[in-house]
Design a protein around this ligand. Structure first.
Ligand code: HPA
Length: 243
């Protein structure tokens, strides 16, 4: 099974007919669904668990990525619910991630802990697979999904939302969108030599931006914004994977 989809907040399944599988890894057990479309097996993994039970800083990223590797996965598309720092990307829009800035603090962040006496530094010059990004943009047009543009993602530790001053600082650093999960997920995928691309589904203005008057961000607001786009995003992933 070479192809996988990691569903973030609000994206907990891809199809009605799936085969459930449990994968044992040295980091823990991971449950995945396998869906067969046009003869192609696609692995689906709900990042936070099916009930959104695991908060972003406690997701077992190493188990998740290792499980996909053990299944033979080479290509991963992920969804990420994000807040927007860029006026051109209002809530409801979809962007493709092109780079990240890491502000996480306390997560296991590598498979390379030096047990084998070898120090490894993985290249991050193009963290998000250029090939998968291009294919997503092409396929999105055919699905009638507008991709607003490419975005720099800042990953915060969570689970709290950011302060207005933090968002101001991240904006100055060049971030377009903010979320809590893409690091270390992408780093781990890259360490294992997998091609990884992620689509940001914009659910809200980041704290203190534009619609500050609309009040604090809620999980409910986030999941309902995701509902609007998730079908098309998943259909686009599947289109790329079955073409
Ligand atoms: N901040 C961090 N993570 C998020 C946000 C946000 O505003 N919206 C959705 N995920």
């Amino acid at each position: 099974m070479e192809k996988a989809i990691i569903g973030g907040t609000g994206v907990y399944d891809v199809a009605d007919k799936v085969v459930q599988k449990k994968v044992e890894t040295k980091y823990g057990t991971v449950e995945v669904d396998v869906v067969t479309v046009e003869g192609e097996d696609i692995v689906f993994l709900a990042r936070h668990g099916k009930e959104h039970g695991v908060p972003p800083h406690l997701v077992n990223y190493r188990a998740n990525i290792m499980a996909l590797k053990q299944l033979g996965v080479k290509y991963i598309y992920a969804t990420a619910a994000v807040g927007s720092l860029n006026e051109n990307y209002p809530p409801g829009s979809v962007v493709i991630l092109k780079d990240f800035i890491d502000f996480t603090k306390s997560r296991p962040l590598t498979f390379f802990e030096g047990e084998d006496g070898i120090v490894r530094h993985v290249d991050m010059s193009d963290p998000y697979c250029v090939n998968l990004r291009g294919k997503f943009i092409e396929a999105a047009k055919k699905e009638g999904l507008t991709v607003k543009g490419e975005a720099v993602y800042v990953c915060t530790e969570g689970p709290r939302f950011e302060t207005a001053s933090e968002i101001k600082a991240y904006k100055m650093l060049g971030a377009d969108v903010v979320g809590m999960t893409n690091v270390p997920e992408i780093v781990l995928a890259k360490e294992l030599g997998m091609c990884y691309a992620a689509v940001g589904i914009i659910t809200n203005w980041a704290t203190g931006l534009i619609a500050a008057s609309s009040g604090p961000v809620s999980l409910r607001e986030i999941t309902s914004a995701i509902e609007i786009n998730k079908e098309k995003v998943i259909r686009t992933f599947i289109r790329v994977f079955t073409e």
